[in-house]
Design a binder for this molecule. Structure first.
Ligand SMILES: Nc1ncnc2c1ncn2[C@@H]1O[C@H](COP(=O)(O)OP(=O)(O)OP(=O)(O)O)[C@@H](O)[C@H]1O
Length: 516
């Protein structure tokens, strides 16, 4: 209404609104400086694409883990990849990836997904959940002969996969790209901190499997570059995180986006190592009523291949203790988790000054820096990575020997995910946690439970802190762990007690970390 027809004389505000009304896409630009970062081009050679680390000595022990599938008429588990009915190209890529035998979540998950069922699956960190959903999805898309077309202005993926952090979704994308290598199925990834124009160009070259963090996914959908009407698979990795108070609104927006098939007309698949019961109940909103619940081992349990130790500390002694620890462990690849972004910078600088080659990853670093930090850690150039919770979930980095909780997290699920960055795929690992009674007392009971369920020694001082401190009087005995499907009622055996579960959901939403 302020526009007088003379472009040269109008104010910047009027000019902006004029521009926006002419260029709809401008409306979806995030505020702040324009992001221009374009990640380095990915190597195309097979050696890089199929590079993998070896399974560890405990890989065969996965077979001893108890598995519980609840829900009506679950299909029979497979015992070998041969029984998975994979087409020739997938068989080849699975074999080139070094996979000989499926892990339990794959033995049960692959036939469930192939049978067209919705699934909520829980299995310990590092036990192959990614391939458990990627393989049956890619198999079906290949069997149906889908092929990416770069001629269409609007790309309509058959699968949408979401994960909470940029680095994790990129890793899932790389796994999808690896398994789909040499086929016509084209995965694409979108996440924050990278030039949107670049990602839209990638989408427009053809997109069957769209992997994304929620914010950027909603952005590209809002720009009209992606149509959802062909979506057959909707996957939530780290599903409990995707459905907690931080991300739930985005997930509801995503399933409510124009064209997205209703839950009856798509397959919804959820995977995590932790599943608070309140989140499970809410997750049912996204799933068909006859979904299957797959629990491999203790729901929310820590990986038993990680040796967990605790050191009682005071707030001001932590830095020296960390240095001592790193000096005794030498240059083993170590992830050090801290609570705040500022603390991450501070500790990384301190370690560098003490001649420990260290890098850091957190939400205030630019995406270019985050990716460089991860690359330097992966390559061993910087054997120590100081990280906030942004690196707690899902990251699969070879040879991480050691996780240090410099600051313990404020909920037990976060602890389980953090220590799961080591001890992956049958390999052993170690986690050392600094326990400051002044700030960590509220976690003591859950830690005792986690330790005993993973058959680990519980320090007597931790037990004392768990059962004699204020607030623990009159505590009910621990639940049993027979089952964990929330549909079975309150006797369900998640590893947490109710107080910790509700705290977990509420608290993650207030994380200091910025999510995508
Ligand atoms: N059947 C298999 N044989 C050999 N290696 C495997 C097999 N399945 C998965 N892997 C490898 O094991 C590692 C861990 O797998 P993945 O990252 O999928 O674990 P996850 O269960 O998703 O862990 P998290 O809970 O931490 O996200 C990866 O390097 C993956 O390639």
């Amino acid at each position: 209404s302020e526009f007088n027809g003379n472009v040269s004389s109008c104010s910047p505000a009027v000019w902006t609104s004029l521009f926006q009304s002419c260029h709809k896409e401008f409306l979806f630009q995030p505020t702040g400086p324009r992001v221009t970062y374009i990640p380095p081009t990915l190597p195309e050679d097979e050696d890089s694409i199929f590079a993998h680390y070896e399974t560890g000595i405990n890989f065969d022990k996965y077979d001893d883990i108890l598995v519980d599938v609840s829900g009506a008429n679950p299909p029979q588990a497979i015992m070998t990849f041969d029984e998975a009915g994979l087409c020739e190209s997938l068989r080849k890529t699975v074999s080139k990836s070094g996979y000989v035998k499926p892990t339990p979540v794959q033995k049960h998950g692959i036939p469930i997904i192939s049978a067209g069922r919705d699934l909520m699956a829980c299995a310990q960190t590092g036990s192959g959940k990614t391939a458990a959903f990627l393989l049956p999805i890619l198999q079906q898309l290949m069997a149906d002969g889908v092929a990416a077309s770069s001629f269409s202005e609007l790309q309509e993926p058959e699968a949408v996969i979401v994960a909470p952090t940029r680095e994790l979704i990129n890793q899932i994308y790389l796994e999808a790209r690896k398994f789909a290598f040499g086929t016509c199925v084209r995965p694409v990834v979108v996440y924050g901190g990278v030039s949107t124009g670049h990602q839209i160009r990638e989408i427009s070259r053809g997109c069957n499997v769209l992997c994304g963090t929620p914010g950027r996914l909603l952005d590209v959908i809002g720009r009209g570059k992606v149509g959802l009407s062909k979506v057959r698979y909707f996957v939530l990795d780290e599903a409990d995180r995707m459905l907690d108070m931080g991300f739930e609104p985005d997930m509801r927006r995503l399933v409510g986006s124009p064209g997205m098939p209703s839950k009856e007309n798509r397959q919804t698949l959820m995977f995590s190592a932790t599943y608070p019961e309140d989140i499970q109940r809410m997750a049912a909103d996204f799933l068909k009523t006859d979904y299957l619940f797959l629990a491999v081992g203790v729901v929310g349990g820590a990986c038993s291949d990680v040796e967990q130790t605790f050191v009682q500390v005071t707030k001001f002694s932590k830095r020296e203790q960390l240095l001592d620890l790193l000096k005794t462990t030498g240059m083993e690849r170590t992830m050090v988790f801290v609570e705040t972004k500022r603390q991450a910078d501070f500790i990384a600088t301190y370690l560098c000054q003490e001649k420990v080659p260290t890098t850091s990853i957190h939400g205030d670093r630019e995406q270019r820096e985050r990716e460089q930090a991860l690359a330097d850690f992966r390559s061993g150039k910087c054997p120590v990575l100081v990280a906030t919770s942004v690196a707690a979930r899902g990251l699969d980095i070879p040879d991480v020997q050691h996780v240090v909780n410099f600051d313990l997290p404020n909920n037990i699920d976060e602890y389980v995910h953090r220590i799961g960055r080591t001890g992956r795929c049958g390999n052993t690992g170690r986690a050392v946690s600094f326990f400051d009674p002044d700030s960590d007392d509220q976690l003591a009971r859950s830690l005792v439970t986690i330790l005993s369920k993973a058959q680990q020694e519980v320090p007597s001082w931790l037990e004392d802190s768990a059962f004699s401190g204020p607030g623990s009087m009159g505590v009910a005995p621990r639940k049993t762990f027979a089952s964990s499907d929330s549909r079975k009622g309150p006797q369900g055996g998640s590893v947490q007690d109710d107080s910790v579960q509700s705290q977990s959901a509420a608290q993650t939403a207030h994380d200091e970390e910025e999510w995508d």
